[in-house]
Ligand binder design. Structure first.
Ligand code: SF4
Length: 242
């Protein structure tokens, strides 16, 4: 299958055909057919063994009892992907399937995230995917402030090791905690934020689990991804930042 055909397939999977039927122009391809990887600065698949810092951090997380969630988890969900990825995707917390398999974003929501990333030339081997929390909150309830505070240093250390060029915050919980704000997701989308002292550009979009429940908002998620690609390619000159 050609790159163009593959991208079209991914776009169909995230709902682009629906938008076309509504009379919208098809979104411009963000991944040139001839060079999908280079378009978003994708790192080669990461086959190198993790360095000491990664090994120590992963072991620390696996044994963590800093918050009460350690009592109910099956296992910690550390993160997956390239350890020097340009793109870091951050979600909320493991769900039941993630808790069982030890990997973030699996199941139907994970499949949708994979398709969204594939539409811009990324996958979970060339990006890095992590969550705000490493352990599953019971019954998938929202993370509590104390749990986020306890777990945050792990994510900060991951970010320091990865040194991503762009962060995609997926869902309200991830966006609000990364940006230290109570603003609703609708107010956080569509603009360029920055994370940490390095001021890493950060773009906010919907959580794929939400998009599965609310497919009408897939169009907006696609706009978010296009903004992220533009920011990655062109820097912060594409729109107002904060
Ligand atoms: Fe530790 Fe984070 Fe799990 Fe709480 S959620 S036990 S802080 S790894």
């Amino acid at each position: 299958m050609s790159n163009g055909a593959r991208q079209a397939e991914y776009l169909r999977a995230i709902g682009v055909e629906v938008w076309r039927r509504r009379g919208m122009a098809p979104p411009p391809p963000v991944v040139p057919a001839a060079a999908p990887a280079a378009a978003v600065g994708v790192a080669a698949p990461d086959a190198t063994p993790p360095g000491d810092d990664w090994v120590a951090l992963q072991a620390e997380v696996a044994a963590c009892t800093r918050c009460e969630l350690h009592r109910t988890r099956t296992q910690t969900v550390f993160g997956v992907g390239h350890r020097e990825a340009d793109w870091l995707i951050i979600g909320e917390a493991p769900g039941a399937e993630e808790d069982r398999r030890g990997e973030p974003f699996v199941g139907r929501a994970g499949q949708l995230l994979d398709n969204m990333l594939a539409a811009i030339g990324l996958d979970r081997k060339t990006a890095y995917i992590a969550n705000i929390l490493k352990c599953r909150p019971p019954d998938n309830r929202d993370p509590q402030a104390g749990e986020v505070a306890a777990c945050e240093p792990y994510l900060e250390r991951q970010i320091a090791l990865i040194r991503p060029r762009l962060i995609l915050a997926v869902g309200r919980i991830a966006a609000q905690n990364l940006l230290k704000t109570d603003l609703p997701l609708a107010r956080l989308r569509g603009r360029i934020h920055h994370y940490g002292p390095q001021r890493i550009p950060l773009i906010v979009t919907y959580h794929p689990a939400y998009l599965l429940r609310t497919p009408a908002d897939k169009r907006k998620a696609w706009e978010d991804l296009q903004l992220a690609v533009r920011v990655f390619r062109d820097g912060d000159v594409v729109g107002g930042g904060q």
